[in-house]
Design a protein around this ligand. Structure first.
Ligand code: 13P
Ligand code: SF4
Length: 365
């Protein structure tokens, strides 16, 4: 009979260095049976234990490739769900702290999306005219909704290609939950600003008229990332005044003005690659999460590159930061004892439909 899991309370008071040695010991004991995947925003004291790291697209591909029995996800809930959906049934995805969510993903729910779909249906048949695209930063049931309605998933690194795929099939797109990624991708694909309208899910019919809905090509869900909304055009203007030769790079979750003023816009992986490949002696202003920026600033300092954070205030992905060394040590030590804590298990039917939408994406990129 399996004994009860070791309680997290025993790990809570541990100092970080004590956790460090326990994580290393547990990893050594588990060997290839467990793989730790880490998102680039993960705090440094956890990120250093990741066997593999990546952006959301890279991590979802890694989940299909690993042979490990346990995929320990140091990221947020939707990422671990994707790992569960794309891995084999006998593998188990684990999220060391279940409260590591994504505030943007929480801005769209299945009930709200279904209501919007019904509202659109009073104007035109959405299953004939509208492709739903969900950003990977969303719950599994929204990916399932897209799977069921001829839709698809996108990430920050492939959103333009996915949007193009969608618009070749049906003339309109409902893009959720991040309006900024949707708008930037539409703009980059040549869609006019007045053809991209925000759907305010708190208003009947999104606050739009029938004529507006008929004319729109992209309906943008009124969602955003609480971290990336902190970056503002004025930060870039100030930087350029001070450092006319400086370069600016941003994540597409930033607002349209920030993206437009940036020299480069792309996913976390793209940002890392661009900074690493930059010429020595260059100076960069970076509009994305603080842990990533701090890590790059340290790494590239010896090459004479200056990497600076875009906002004057601290903006971290505080939900991802809930995966701390204490939770990682707790999850791993339980695995060593043969006990799985915090497994992520998407219900079978939902997983099947979500897999359809994810696989459509993976066939495009
Ligand atoms: P990436 O896919 O670029 O890693 O972004 C994930 C994310 O949550 C950004 O806020
Ligand atoms: Fe979600 Fe924003 Fe955190 Fe990315 S940075 S995981 S979008 S809350």
């Amino acid at each position: 009979m399996q004994t009860a899991a070791i309680a997290f309370d025993r790990f809570k008071p541990l100092q970080d260095d004590a956790c460090e040695s326990r994580i290393l010991a547990a990893k050594a004991a588990l060997g290839k049976r467990a793989v730790i995947l880490g998102h680039h925003y993960q705090r440094a004291d956890v990120y250093k234990h990741a066997d593999l790291s990546g952006d959301s697209l890279g991590l979802s591909k890694l989940a299909t490739q690993t042979d490990a029995d346990y995929i320990v996800f140091c990221g947020v809930h939707f990422m671990a769900e994707v790992a569960d959906i794309l891995s084999r049934p006998e593998q188990t995805a684990i999220l060391p702290d279940m409260s590591a969510g994504c505030s943007m993903a929480d801005m769209a729910s299945l009930a709200k999306v279904e209501r919007v779909w019904r509202e659109i249906a009073t104007v035109l048949d959405p299953d004939e005219h509208v492709t739903p695209i969900t950003y990977i930063n969303s719950a599994a049931d929204l990916k399932a909704f897209c799977g069921e309605h001829g839709g698809i998933v996108c990430t920050s690194s492939n959103a333009q290609l996915i949007l193009d795929w969608a618009m070749r099939r049906r003339e309109k797109v409902l893009f959720f939950p991040d309006q900024h990624l949707g708008r930037w991708s539409g703009y980059m694909n040549g869609i006019k600003p007045d053809e991209m309208l925000v759907w305010d899910f708190d208003e009947p019919m999104g606050g739009l008229t029938v004529e507006q809905i008929k004319k729109a090509r992209i309906l943008l869900w009124k969602g955003h990332c609480s971290v990336h909304q902190m970056f503002q055009a004025q930060h870039i203007i100030n930087f350029r005044d001070q450092y006319p030769d400086g370069m600016v790079i941003s994540h597409p979750e930033c607002n349209f003005e920030v993206c437009k003023l940036s020299d480069y816009v792309g996913s976390t992986d793209f940002i890392l690659k661009t900074l690493k490949e930059a010429k020595p002696g260059t100076r960069w202003l970076v509009g994305t999460e603080l842990n990533l920026v701090n890590r790059m600033a340290e790494l590239l300092k010896p090459e004479g590159k200056v990497v600076q954070f875009m906002a004057p205030t601290v903006c971290m992905c505080s939900t991802m930061a809930r995966i701390d060394p204490q939770h990682l040590a707790w999850a791993l030590e339980n695995l060593v004892e043969g006990r799985v804590v915090n497994p992520i298990r998407v219900p079978a039917r939902e997983a099947e439909l979500a897999r359809t939408a994810l696989k459509r994406m993976l066939e495009v990129v």
